[in-house]
Ligand binder design. Sequence first.
Ligand code: UD1
Length: 339
Amino acid sequence: MAKVLVTGGLGYIGSHTVVTLLQQNFEVVIVDDLSNSQASVLDRVEQISGQRPPFYQLNLCDESAVEQMFDKEPGIDSIIHFAASKAVGESVAKPLLYYKNNLLSLIHLLEQMNQRGITDFVFSSSCTVYGQPDKLPVTEQSPMKPAESPYGNTKQVGEQILQDACRAYPSLQVIALRYFNPVGAHESALIGELPTGVPNNLVPFITQTAAGLRPQLKVFGQDYDTPDGTAVRDYIHVVDLAEAHEIALRRLMNDKQKENFEFFNIGTGEGHSVLEVVKTFEKVNDLSLNYELADRRPGDVEQVYADTHYANTELGWKATRNLEEMLTSAWKWQKRISQ
Ligand code: UD1
């Protein structure tokens, strides 16, 4: 049984991935600093999977804590690295915090891998590395644009660090998954997205508005060059995304990589506008949402959606859950937590 370290394993994508891995009989160790997650998520993971993986509460910037954790958990074969700060606006206000948190943690993990002979690494990257692409859909070959925010830059630089490390240490094997917009929740509604404070992201804002926790959703931008004037994204169900990690891990374990640094687009390949998301949410959940059209949000791109051909054929992964399922599960989750 392979032993996998999941950093950020109590966070939104991390917790869904932990559940998927446990259900596929991987042995899991979780590290999380609880900066944007809650210890109770571990109870929910146990409720779903019947297993309670060891959990270390630590920040990966703390080098000696990281070392001690690896000492206590011998035999780790691979790492899935989610732990990172991800609020775009906050990264503009606190760039040093973002560079430290997102890059120092990555370097500490790579150093430990070198020292301990751990070879397999899956990295959380983002479609933000493409900026506003010249051509849609974006393929993995689309050029990276200068990052719009320090957060986006940490993903670009993170990939660059991994690429350089793979060149210098040929035994290292890395897959970067470039996520589009993860939404939705586990079908049990026991885990889901738990934003602290006012949500920045669209779907948590929609569900909190529907639950009466926010008075009104603002649809940012109505004059984009899109069919209905609102911005277009590629929304992907978080469980499909979790499954992409399991498949990437198996690819590393089975030495199927073509190069020792690979990267894949993880989306559905379909673009949906903000208004389409709002209207689908209303329809599938049979409710009406209080929203108004508002000005554009600074830093937003107009449209981005994935060409998933390479992930489908080479990685052997394909999203199977549609927007309706994403928005039904998101609402089921919101209703449970706001009860
Ligand atoms: C952003 C980042 C992405 C990051 C993700 C995680 C960019 C280009 N993308 O995604 O890299 O991984 O956050 O936090 O920086 N919207 C509204 N009203 C709201 C909230 C959002 O209309 O209250 C709109 C946005 O303007 C956007 C769409 O909904 O058009 C999706 O927004 P959001 O969920 O925040 O994700 P991104 O900005 O695409």
